[in-house]
Ligand binder design. Structure first.
Ligand code: NAD
Length: 385
């Protein structure tokens, strides 16, 4: 856990806090790996009281809260339905595996509860549509947990594009991955279709897509040619302590796509949990006036792998400008996402990571898999909600 979350840390440990207003009554749905970060983050917020939690596995929620040092004041339930029926809640964190993001989110919204749903939004485009419909009919907040949005260096990418320094953007290459790194932190929920639904695409691919699509204003995708493979996930040697995991692996460990976006932009994308190379390369954004290189990280870790480089021209000369790395003014992007979500609920602000954007991210993932199944390019249509 620390290994993942420390990657978002800055040197400045001064906490911002939400002040004013009543305490929000918060519930946690799903008490596995990432729920711990939600519990510890909410604990730091004075305007939040975690009052309920649930998990399908008996005793799991109770054990996690004990590990987090919370031994009283929380009611435990065997499912999201049971918790929502019994408790009056203002906000839930949906921390379940991908396959139950949609059902838990829709159920909570229909009960009049605001929702912070972990990424990826869900598994299919149809589910994303249903989540958006539930959001609309409930009038409640639904935000998707992409904490790299809070990283100042990631924000800088969007600022550079919006400044016009690149001119008209027409080509983007992005993605990321690991030479070997199929995640099985606490079992097989990331690598089985009936829990994860999507593998590397849902774990890290959605982040890479969000980084560049958010920077260019989330244009709609028109067509997608997608590919996915699973050459590594099925190899027992990739799980030194649990070779039996290879038998149940049935999601993607690599995916690639060529995506045409509205506005004459193409996006060349690849993502890997395992491959025979150290990195699939830096992210590059090409425009008519300038090009931006965003150095790849060792694996996807929510920020840039070093200072970005802007390639442009001054008075007829080709020059390269290094963009200095920025320090985040908070302790971690993960905590910042929780603080901001709470702040939005209390102050009636719109969702910080809106589903109007993330449905596009989900539509691309959905289209990559449809294209892989079809063996050719597919068109993308996102219903208006
Ligand atoms: N934002 C991040 O940095 C980050 C990091 C890791 C994981 N995640 C995301 O968080 C989600 C959970 O990942 P994880 O590693 O914690 O998974 P996990 O398998 O460790 O935990 C998920 C838990 O949800 C429970 N659950 C499933 N459906 C439920 C339901 N209807 N009601 C109650 N409990 C239910 C399961 O029993 C399980 O204990 C995934 O979607 C993953 O992509 C995000």
């Amino acid at each position: 856990m620390a290994d993942i979350l420390d990657r978002f840390e800055s040197d400045d440990h001064s906490e911002k806090t939400v002040t004013g207003g009543p305490k929000l009554r918060v519930g946690i749905i799903g008490c596995g790996w990432i729920a711990e970060a939600h519990i510890l983050g909410y604990k730091k917020l004075p305007n939040v009281e975690i009052v309920a939690a649930c998990d399908l596995i008996p005793g799991k929620a109770e054990a996690l809260f004990e590990k987090c040092g919370i031994t009283s004041g929380v009611n435990f339930y065997p499912s999201d339905e049971a918790m929502i029926a019994a408790e009056k809640l203002d906000l839930v964190s949906v921390c379940t595996y991908n396959r139950t993001h949609a059902s838990c989110t829709i159920h909570a919204l229909d009960a009049g509860i605001n929702v912070l749903c972990e990424k990826p939004m869900c598994v299919t485009l149809d589910e994303a549509v249903e989540m958006r419909k539930a959001e609309k009919r409930s009038g409640k907040l639904l935000t998707i947990g992409f904490q790299p949005r809070y990283d100042l260096n990631m924000k800088e990418i969007k600022k550079i594009v919006e400044s016009g320094a690149l001119g008209k953007v027409y080509y983007i290459q992005t993605g990321g991955g690991r030479r070997r790194g199929i995640p099985t932190p606490y079992g097989t929920s990331f690598i089985q279709d009936d829990t994860a639904g999507i593998g590397a695409m849902g774990d890290i691919g959605c982040y890479s897509l969000d980084m560049v699509l958010n920077a260019i204003g989330y244009p709609k995708p028109l067509t997608v040619t997608g590919f996915k493979s699973d050459y590594f996930g099925k190899r027992p040697d990739n799980y030194p302590t649990h070779p039996e995991y290879a038998e149940v692996f049935n999601v993607d460990d690599f995916a690639a796509a060529f995506i045409r976006l509205e506005g004459g932009i193409v996006l060349d994308f690849r993502i890997a949990w395992a491959m025979n190379i150290d990195s699939p390369g830096d992210t590059i954004i090409l425009g008519t006036k300038g090009g931006l290189r965003i150095p790849a990280t060792r694996d996807w870790n929510g920020t840039t792998g070093g200072p970005m480089l802007l390639y442009h021209e001054i008075a007829g000369q080709q020059v390269t400008t290094e963009i200095p790395l920025l320090k985040n003014p908070f302790s971690s992007c993960f905590d910042e996402k929780l603080r901001d979500t709470v702040d939005c609920v209390i102050n009636n602000r719109p969702a910080p990571v809106p589903t109007s954007q993330i449905i596009i991210n989900q539509a691309i993932i959905d289209a990559i898999f449809r294209s892989e199944r079809a063996g050719h390019e597919v068109t993308v249509e996102i219903p208006e909600i």
